[in-house]
Design a protein around this ligand. Structure first.
Ligand SMILES: Cc1ncc(COP(=O)(O)O)c(C=O)c1O
Length: 402
């Protein structure tokens, strides 16, 4: 990056941390964030410890990693050390939450929305129903957002849990989590936020929200790779509740191998079996860089670049499937272009990395390391592909990006 470019946009100094940016136009941080340059060293540390220490590596810090790596994420969500447990994925984190509550008559509903991530819905529809809960699904009027008032109206004295996305995965619509948490508190319900699309790209403060549970993954906006998901549980909820979907790592004395469960305190009680150590090594660098970059600067840049993307789409008459109001728009802009699937594949073949979703179109997720020029070029490439009909060659090919 030239000195001039980084003076105008200091976040571009972080580009050198991400090797893939030298080789492609990487606009898919909404799916998999770029790998930090420091990750191979971290993974080499893991390999060395396994090779040299063998089983002694567990006592050399491996057992503590699920909570220590969680501490790296804590400052990004306003949590304290010891309040976050790393788990393999968000589906498991949500299952833990679900399993910690009882759904007795009169307190048996779970409020979700039509636009929550399907994996989470599958668990709630299946397991929650077996546990005696009833899932109330709030619908969307436009397929982009969910009217806050509709969610508030669905929360009442029968509600046990409100389990919704903080930012909707398809449209990047930001839900009014503060209003929802306040309403839940009024009626004595708990709130579990799926923050996969918020942490790392918009400011999140669990204490200001008063949220009980917040889960997300490091692989998208936190550039921490697959296998690292996190679950924050408020100290009050951790004191009052314990998950029945559990395991020996949640025990106060796991190595006593006692037949009876005695839950550990704080984040430890939300663990289950043996942690995915390589994924935890890989997960350390990304959140550190995001912290150095600063979430307020990241958000300001994200608003600028997503606004520009919408301007570019509007100028071409593409249907935008993202909120137009920046205050309720997260980090991704999706727009539908003719032959969107084929166009997305042609972009990928040209080194412009984006993804495609049915009903949403081409999704573009710039991040703090994205240049303005990359955004202009990506949209320019779409123009070229539509003009010279290169999309035809890709229309029936299998996507290289899921
Ligand atoms: C909002 C949201 N929740 C959950 C997931 C995935 O969850 P898991 O970590 O279980 O794969 C995604 C993945 O894209 C997501 O966007």
């Amino acid at each position: 990056m030239t000195e001039h470019a980084t003076r105008n946009d200091p976040l571009l100094t972080f580009r050198s941390e991400f090797p893939i940016l030298e080789r492609s136009t990487y606009l898919v941080s909404n799916s998999l964030g770029a790998m930090p340059r420091g990750v191979p060293d971290r993974l080499a540390e893991y390999v060395d410890q396994w090779a040299e220490l063998g089983v002694r590596a567990w006592a050399n810090g491996w057992w503590e990693m699920p909570v220590r790596v969680g501490d790296e994420i804590a400052p990004l969500i306003g949590a304290a050390a010891g309040e976050i447990a790393m788990l393999p994925n968000v589906t498991i984190a949500q299952t833990s939450v679900l399993s910690a509550l009882d759904y007795s008559a009169g307190r048996d509903t779970i409020v979700m929305t039509e636009l929550d991530f399907p994996s989470v819905r599958y668990v709630y529809d299946g397991l929650a129903t077996r546990l005696g809960a009833r899932v109330v699904v709030v619908s969307s009027e436009d397929g982009i957002g969910i009217d806050t008032q509709r969610v508030l109206d669905a929360i009442d004295e029968r509600t046990r849990l409100v389990a919704i996305s903080h930012v909707l995965f398809q449209s990047a619509y930001i839900m009014d989590a503060a209003a929802i948490c306040a309403r839940a508190k009024e009626v004595g319900a708990l709130v579990s936020l799926d923050a996969f699309h918020s942490v790392g790209v918009i400011p999140v403060d669990v204490k200001a929200l008063g949220v009980d549970f917040l889960s997300g993954g490091v692989l998208k906006w936190l550039c921490g790779g697959p296998g690292g998901a996190f679950l924050y549980v408020s100290p009050e909820a951790s004191r009052a509740l314990a998950p029945s979907f559990t395991g020996w790592q949640a025990h106060a004395h796991p190595f006593a191998f006692a037949p009876e469960m005695e839950y550990a305190e704080h984040a430890w009680r939300w663990l289950n079996g043996t942690p995915p150590i390589p994924a935890l090594f890989a997960a350390i660098e990304g959140p550190r860089i995001v912290r150095r970059a600063g979430i307020d600067a990241i958000r300001a840049k994200s608003i600028r670049q997503t606004t520009r993307l919408i301007e570019l789409a509007d100028a071409r008459g593409h249907r935008v499937t993202a909120p137009r109001d920046a205050r309720v728009r997260g980090g991704t802009v999706a727009f539908d272009v003719p032959h969107a699937y084929g166009v997305a594949q042609a972009l990928l073949a040209n080194g412009v990395i984006v993804d495609y979703r049915p009903n949403a179109g081409i999704r573009i997720g710039p991040h703090f390391y994205t240049t303005d020029d990359e955004i202009e070029r990506a949209v320019g490439s779409i123009d070229d592909i539509l003009r010279d009909e290169t999309w035809r060659a890709y229309e029936h090919t299998r996507s290289t990006v899921t």
